[in-house]
Design a protein around this ligand. Structure first.
Ligand code: HDE
Length: 768
């Protein structure tokens, strides 16, 4: 888009939130910022030392990082003390009555150390327990294209969304939903995408997901949903999975869940990385401007690297090989100087246009199709700093959709309304105190003055005698702030009605958008959804649950879909389409992930398989081409240590066959060199590496004798180009036999990686 800001990021210091403190180097001490540059200019090198004021974007007020710096503690060069500051002589031996005698109660150091340990854990989040987070900033675009509006101030008075010179510090936490804190990253699940904006008007929490709709329509149903989807209550099995009876029992009885099921069965539930997924506010919110006028708004996060997925078999293997795959991926790239970036977009609907849709804007099981209302990008979020301490920052960050600032307001979406209660309540459970907002990661960067002064673990020392209002003793401070001066005023929506425990009729249609989703998928994506349903329902023991899901839900989405699912799970295919099947064949191309891949290989990880005797030219050419494009290259050999090229040069293997696996990479390259390839052909693990890359639809390239390894693997349907001249590319397999143009082959490989996955490989010939 015109806002594609890949250039901006180069021109700016990579770390606008930098303090003068000890944060000058990334964890491995290397110079970062190189990943973003596409090999070009020097400005990127300045990444670590830049100050914010030369970048056309000052961080708001007191930067969050400055504030956090005040509470950072660093033991380097320091003496060991107790919690109360007493220097400690020995932290290995408890105090005993004689050398072999009992431990003595007066050993305050032992008691303190053990007590701290005994109390180290806090309750994990009841949902979204597993996650990771990073610091960064939000910056509005200079001239966003707002359609009929000239300026974003016509829409909202939230000033941090207006001034393109202003950077608002943020902290974003990504999460899975169902699994416990220690579960794996790559399970089939929704991903949380929660951002705390530390604005000059207070904190705004945009607590969203990577899917734009939700399972249910009313907060009242949430405990049931979560009980059903989490592990079953009698045996706590399965972990981090929806593929079991209780979830599908609940689902099959709740037709409003159908649209969300489509998303959950799709590749959206298997993100390649947190930096390659969209985010959505889900609910319809309100923007309110200076004149008190309101429009409806949906929030979208669009990743700069495109929206990409893993394949199912791969996710399951990664869950064993590296359960931290997504969490680690975020920190790896930040450490290497790359700054994950998302565009914030809005869909705007005028109050008097709200009735034009055939669904209710307050129904969280519905999207506003982009074919009806375009998404207008208004700014970008950049994540550029990992936390120093996981517990203090990621575990203790506490989000609350009720945290809004002037210019942003709620709607009556009954799911959102319920969340406004739940998040405060859940933080009370997690922190055991209403003072969770005083924890450094949760504190706003604004001043805070009110009459809340007590409670467990109060940190602030609030001075003065009057802790009530009105008061005369303290001149009636802190004073209330009129709306014109920045006080938060709730939008004065007119409400007129009777109390009623019911669901609006406008929430009753459940299949139209599920059908829209299905129709918008490519055949590949449809097949993936069907196979996902075969797995999920195949794990359900009770036949009546499988049948109900097919007949009552899927057959009301699409008859062919229901039939294909039924055939794989031993259910008699329905004879006729369901009674409630929607009467339309609408499509929205923006729903297909395959339309959301972007032409970039930034941060992709490529393995180069070598053994002694490899061709050093091949390695050098591919390494420089890929790294210039921002990809990361790792040398993989049978064992760690030096590997020697045919010309006598050496390279240090980054990983061995014992420490890594193909599923942890995006692509593989096999350089030539007779000795190397002869050895690889004899190594089962090397052959498996390539075969599995093929199975998972990932790009493969081989140069010179390297193609012999592909031949040995017998890639199904691929004619290995050993006896041909020139570069041959076939379904993401790039082959450059000896004498072929190496540069051309490297470029073809770059294109194949940018395409992400090569779904045109015959699914029946999955090799490996
Ligand atoms: Fe949440 N949700 N949720 N949720 N949610 C929580 O709050 C809840 C919903 C979301 O990284 C909890 O601090 C209810 C929708 C994210 O710390 C809890 C309902 C969306 C996170 C809670 C919903 C979300 C949470 C658990 C239905 C997308 C992780 C721990 C009415 C728009 C935030 C916590 C983080 C976490 C309740 C539905 C997103 C229990 C009652 C819809 C990203 O308060």
């Amino acid at each position: 888009s015109e806002h594609d800001s890949s250039d901006d990021i180069e021109a700016e210091p990579s770390n606008a939130n930098e303090t003068e403190s000890s944060r000058e180097e990334s964890a491995d001490g290397s110079s970062p910022a190189e990943m973003t540059d596409g090999g070009s200019d020097d400005e990127t090198e300045s990444g670590q030392t830049g100050t914010s004021d030369d970048a056309g974007g000052e961080v708001d007020g007191e930067s969050k990082q400055d504030q956090l710096e005040e509470v950072r503690e660093n033991p380097e060069g320091e003496q060991l003390t107790s919690d109360h500051g007493v220097k400690i002589t020995d932290t290995d031996n408890s105090l005993k009555a004689s050398e072999r005698g009992p431990t003595i109660m007066e050993d305050f150091h032992f008691r303190e150390k053990m007590t701290q340990f005994d109390h180290e854990s806090i309750p994990e989040r009841v949902v979204h327990a597993r996650g990771t987070g990073a610091h960064g900033y939000y910056q509005p675009y200079e001239d966003p294209d707002l359609g009929e509006y000239d300026d974003i101030s016509e829409l909202t008075k939230a000033s941090f969304l207006q001034d393109s010179d202003r950077k608002t510090p943020v902290f974003t936490r990504f999460s899975t939903v169902v699994g416990s804190r220690g579960s794996a990253d790559t399970v089939r699940d929704v991903r949380g995408f929660a951002t705390k904006f530390y604005t000059e008007e207070g904190n705004w929490d945009l607590v969203g997901n990577n899917m734009p709709v939700f399972f249910i329509q009313d907060a009242m149903e949430f405990p049931d949903l979560v009980h059903a989807i989490k592990s079953e209550p009698d045996d706590a099995i399965p972990q981090a999975a929806s593929a079991h009876d209780t979830f599908w029992d609940f689902a099959s009885l709740k037709p409003e869940i159908t649209h969300m099921l489509m998303w959950l069965l799709s590749g959206r539930a298997l993100p390649r990385s947190f930096r390659m997924m969209q985010g959505f506010g889900v609910h319809t919110f309100r923007f309110v401007n200076e004149d008190g006028e309101s429009v409806f708004v949906k929030f979208h996060w669009e990743p700069k690297l495109g929206t990409n997925q893993l394949v199912w078999d791969e996710t399951q293997k990664i869950a064993g090989k590296n359960p931290d795959f997504n969490r680690e991926g975020l920190y790896e790239v930040i450490d290497e100087g790359y700054e994950p970036e998302w565009e914030l977009g809005v869909q705007i609907v005028e109050e008097d246009e709200a009735d034009q849709f055939d669904f209710d804007l307050l129904d969280p099981t519905k999207i506003i199709p982009e074919t009806e209302v375009p998404v207008r990008p208004i700014g970008k979020m950049v994540l550029n700093e990992r936390p120093d301490n996981f517990f203090a920052e990621v575990e203790q960050v506490a989000f609350h959709p009720g945290n809004v600032v002037p210019g942003i307001d709620f709607t009556n979406d009954p799911l959102l309304q319920g969340r406004l209660f739940s998040y405060q309540d859940t933080q009370l459970n997690r922190f055991n105190s209403a003072n969770w907002d005083e924890i450094p990661i949760n504190r706003p960067v604004t001043e805070r003055h009110n009459n809340q002064r007590a409670g467990f673990m109060r940190q602030e020392i609030n001075t003065g005698k009057a802790s009530y209002k009105p008061n005369s003793i303290g001149d009636d401070y802190p004073e209330e702030v009129p709306e014109e001066e920045g006080g938060y005023e709730h939008f004065a929506e007119k409400i007129d009605g009777r109390k009623i425990r019911n669901r609006s009729e406008s929430f009753e249609e459940h299949f139209s958008q599920a059908r829209l989703f299905w129709n918008s998928m490519t055949e590949t994506e449809k097949q993936n959804i069907v196979e996902a349903a075969h797995f999920e329902l195949g794990k359900v023991d009770r036949m009546e649950i499988r049948e109900r899901t097919v007949y009552d839900l899927f057959n009301n989405v699409d008859h062919e879909f229901a039939t294909r699912v039924a055939e794989g799970i031993g259910v008699e295919p329905p004879e006729e389409p369901g009674d409630e099947i929607p009467d339309h064949d609408d499509e929205d191309p923006s729903l297909s992930m395959l339309n959301r891949t972007r032409d970039t290989i930034e941060t992709r990880k490529v393995a180069v398989l070598v053994d002694d005797g490899y061709d050093a030219d091949h390695l050098e050419t591919i390494q420089s081409t890929l790294e210039d494009e921002g990809a990361r290259v790792e040398i993989v050999s049978k064992l760690l240590g030096d590997v020697e090229a045919a010309n006598g040069e050496t390279v240090d293997a980054d990983e061995s066959h014992g420490t890594t696996e193909s599923v942890l990479f995006d692509a593989v390259y096999v350089p030539g060199g007779e000795g190397s390839v002869d050895a690889l052909v004899e190594q089962g693990t090397a052959k498996h590496f390539v075969a599995e890359m093929f199975k998972h639809k990932k790009p493969i390239a081989a140069a010179g004798e390297g193609t012999e390894l592909l031949e040995a693997v017998e890639l199904p349907g691929i004619n290995v180009a050993n006896d041909r001249e020139g570069v041959v590319t076939d379904r993401g397999v790039v082959m450059a036999p000896n004498g072929a143009d190496l540069e051309g082959a490297s470029e073809a490989f770059v294109d194949a990686i940018a395409a992400h996955r090569h779904w045109d490989r015959d699914p029946k010939e999955v090799g490996a």
